[in-house]
Design a binder for this molecule. Structure first.
Ligand code: UT7
Length: 326
């Protein structure tokens, strides 16, 4: 077991809400279709001035307060995001500037919706074997600035938000009992942002064709997501010598409530033991899991000693799962 514990959590959700009824006025869709096919009722989006690092810094301050710490107590900053402020420097560095704590390492993880689990695994390594204390892991997204608001296949599912956790060493029983991360780059083009990088630099043509926005083959992604999340959950339970009955709460990445439902059926997890936030926040890629964790904590659904199961899937493709003793 990796002996770490999450000593604080905190979220930042932009105040502006876009409801399904608002979307009905923007694209050919309906509140009924979105709710039935995705489970989403509304999502929050940022104003023009707000970037991903603003949400990271805001959520970090809430997590620090929750932990009884100050920004200067942080040992490293890891930001998982699919919607960075800039290609470089990392969003983590922009957030570091806002938190005014130069000196400590700060870097991004690009593993789309699985990024938070990748980040948690790396933070655990830094704490356990690197001697780092109080590592901030933030999942943060401003998807509203990279989706095509004329594409009903994508614009209805994504939302903005960030959530941070602080990882420190554990003197007690809490820690990561089992963890598994995977990826398959051969399927990258099923969910990606084609232009804006070195493969297809921004040009008038890429802008006219909106190639710098999210492109997704939804139905194919859906099938892979269920298989990978279900498989990863089963694998980490087996490695931990546990069954789904031993789990106190399942905290899945939420791209679509039907994916969560199908994953639960595949892995034998009851929906009663699953905490979800997709109805109010939509799919907030790397922020989905920490937002759900924070929401479950504030709803009183988690107590010390509980066994939590996380599972995620996203662009790359990337996927993973983890059993964490709280
Ligand atoms: O977070 C990372 C990973 N991302 C995901 O896991 C997303 C996975 N995919 C999905 O969640 C779903 O595939 C979507 C929500 C994106 C789409 O749902 P679907 O049930 O797979 O719909 P579909 O693409 O198979 O389309 C079914 C019908 C089509 O109409 P026709 O051809 O049957 O007449 C679509 O054109 O629904 C239509 N449609 C819509 N109708 C109203 C697609 N999007 C919409 C929409 N409103 N927003």
């Amino acid at each position: 077991m990796q002996k770490i514990k999450i000593v604080g959590t905190g979220s930042a959700i932009p105040p502006r809400i876009i409801t399904n009824l608002d979307l009905e006025k923007m694209v050919n869709t309906s509140d009924e279709w979105i709710r039935e096919r995705t489970g989403i009722s509304e999502r929050h989006i940022v104003d023009e001035k707000t970037a991903t690092s603003d949400l990271v810094a805001e959520s970090a301050l809430v997590a620090l307060k929750d932990a009884g710490l100050e920004a200067k107590d942080l040992g490293a900053i890891i930001v998982a995001t699919a919607s960075p402020d800039t290609a470089y420097p990392p969003t983590a560095c922009w957030a570091q500037k806002k938190l005014n704590i130069p000196g400590i390492p700060a870097f991004d993880i690009s593993a789309a919706c699985t990024g938070f689990l990748y980040g948690l695994e790396i933070a655990s390594g830094l704490v356990e074997s690197g001697g780092y204390r109080n590592v901030l892991v933030s999942g943060a997204e401003v998807m509203s600035k990279i989706v095509n608001w004329e594409d009903r296949n994508t614009c209805v599912i994504f939302g903005d938000g960030a959530s941070s956790v602080i990882v420190d060493k554990s003197d007690g029983e809490s820690g990561i009992i089992s963890s598994y991360l995977g990826a398959d780059g051969t399927l990258g083009e099923l969910l990606y942002q084609p232009a804006g990088g070195t493969r297809m630099p921004a040009s008038q043509e890429t802008i006219d064709k909106k190639l710098h926005t999210v492109h997704m083959k939804g139905t194919e992604v859906f099938k892979h997501a269920v298989r990978a999340m279900g498989g990863a959950a089963i694998r980490v339970l087996k490695e931990a010598n546990l069954t789904s009955d031993d789990i106190s709460l399942f905290i899945p990445h939420q791209a679509n409530l039907r994916i969560v439902d199908a994953t639960c059926r595949r892995a034998g997890i009851s929906m009663d033991k699953t905490h979800t936030i997709i109805h109010k926040y939509g799919n907030v890629p790397a922020a989905s899991i920490p937002l759900t964790l924070d929401d479950a904590l504030r709803a009183g659904r988690i107590k010390r000693g509980d066994l939590l199961l996380f599972a995620a899937f996203g662009g790359g493709f990337t996927w993973g799962a983890m059993v964490l003793k709280w």
